[in-house]
Write a protein that binds this ligand. Structure first.
Ligand code: PLP
Length: 384
């Protein structure tokens, strides 16, 4: 049975409420930059309203291949190794269907982005959680991973930078994953959708650029987060031609091709000025600082400083053991929407995912409401 997304559930519950602060948000609050809107507008008006090549316009695939080579050190042939998808969510789904059979196992670094867990189940395979520990800053070593490998293991789901923790994996962790993947002949799905949103001295590194990883890595990225384009439903995957051949068949039968107008917009995003991305990231950096300052005013609330994405994942277990119950009470009693951590895996229990992709004013007010609630709250039956 597929689980409904914890974030969706909170959104639905809060839909009818007034004066609510949304800190569960998983998307930029910015409008898509103007030059991207203009490219879409022009495409539409000039009649670019038909199917494109199944795997995406060649010009877009070429721009993606150039970006991957220049920024990520990944060399792919745009003709048969890049596929433009309807968001990275589609990439996850077709990877699960394409490479997991009934009874296969997929390693999932926990806390995780929920879609890869549910997609594994949809493929009738078994998600095997590899718990990551905040006391080790959510890093992973080969031993941790290898303990969970069996003869049925086929794939590793990686999300770097991570949703929900905001962790940016070190090169050392990625080398450990690569070592295990090569030793046990596993495919690595690397979701890099938050690649551009990193802070301070953090550097994102692509696992697909490590030696001999090109034949077993599916590098996935998109436009939703970096360019504030969640509603355009456009992303891409790059993988060795043997893997891509399977993925492309599934892409064809599920989506036919990605939205034509969005492809033109994505091309403008990749080939235009990147200042819009820098400006948005600079704004997230300010909000992150504010968010962490505000959280620091709450006693007994440990968190790992996020290095990327726009989430922080504090551990509220000293305040309330059930994150589900806490999120529900915060919604009803403090009018703040958060995402309960257990929706992101067992390792997320007791945590809440709090997003700073909303305005500074909302960040400040939202955390103040949480602080006031925790200060004044009465115990519930589950705490006694
Ligand atoms: C880690 C991660 N991967 C993928 C997605 C889906 O992205 P897209 O809009 O490209 O489908 C999200 C959206 O929140 C995400 O957080």
């Amino acid at each position: 049975m597929l689980k409904p997304s914890a974030i969706r559930r909170m959104l639905e519950l809060s839909a009818e409420m007034r004066d609510v602060i949304h800190l569960e948000q998983g998307e930029p609050d910015f409008v898509t930059p103007k030059h991207i809107l203009d490219a879409a507008d022009e495409a539409m008006r000039k009649g670019f309203t038909h199917y494109t090549e199944i795997d995406g316009m060649l010009t877009l695939r070429q721009a993606i291949a150039e970006k991957l080579e220049k920024e990520n050190g990944i060399a792919v042939d745009p003709r048969n190794e890049v596929t433009v998808t309807s968001g990275s969510q589609e990439a996850m789904f077709i990877t699960a269907l394409g490479f997991l059979n009934r009874g296969d196992e997929a390693l999932i670094l926990d806390p995780y982005y929920p879609a890869c867990f549910e997609d594994t189940l949809l493929a009738e395979a078994k998600p095997v959680n590899v718990p990551l520990n905040p006391s080790r800053e959510y890093e992973v070593n080969a031993e941790d991973l290898e303990k969970h490998v069996t003869r049925r293991t086929r794939l590793v789901w990686l999300c770097n930078p991570s949703n929900p923790t905001g962790h940016v994996f070190s090169r050392q962790s990625l080398e450990a994953i690569a070592e295990v993947a090569k030793k046990h002949d596993l495919i690595v799905f690397s979701d890099e959708i938050y690649e551009k949103i990193v802070y301070d001295s953090a550097k994102h590194f692509s696992i697909g650029s490590l030696p001999n990883m090109e034949e077993r890595t599916i590098t996935v990225n998109g436009f939703s987060k970096a360019y504030a384009m969640t509603g355009w439903r456009i992303g891409y995957m790059a993988a060795h031609k043997k893997l891509s051949a399977t993925l492309r068949k599934l892409h064809y039968y599920s989506a036919l091709c990605a939205n034509a107008i969005s492809q033109k917009a994505a091309l403008a995003a990749l080939t235009g000025s990147q200042k819009c991305v820098q400006d948005m990231v600079a704004e997230y950096a300010k909000r992150r600082k504010l968010m962490l300052n505000e959280l620091d005013k709450i006693d007994s609330l440990p968190y790992t400083t996020p290095k990327g994405a726009f989430y922080v994942f504090p551990d509220f277990s000293k305040h309330q053991s059930s994150d589900e119950e806490l999120a529900m009470r915060l919604l009803k009693e403090a009018k703040v929407v958060t995402a309960p951590g257990s929706g992101f895996g067992k390792a997320g229990q007791g945590h809440l995912r709090i997003s700073y992709s909303v305005s500074s004013k909302q960040v400040e007010e939202g955390i103040k409401r949480i602080r006031d609630f925790l200060t004044n709250k009465t115990e519930t039956s589950s705490e006694k």
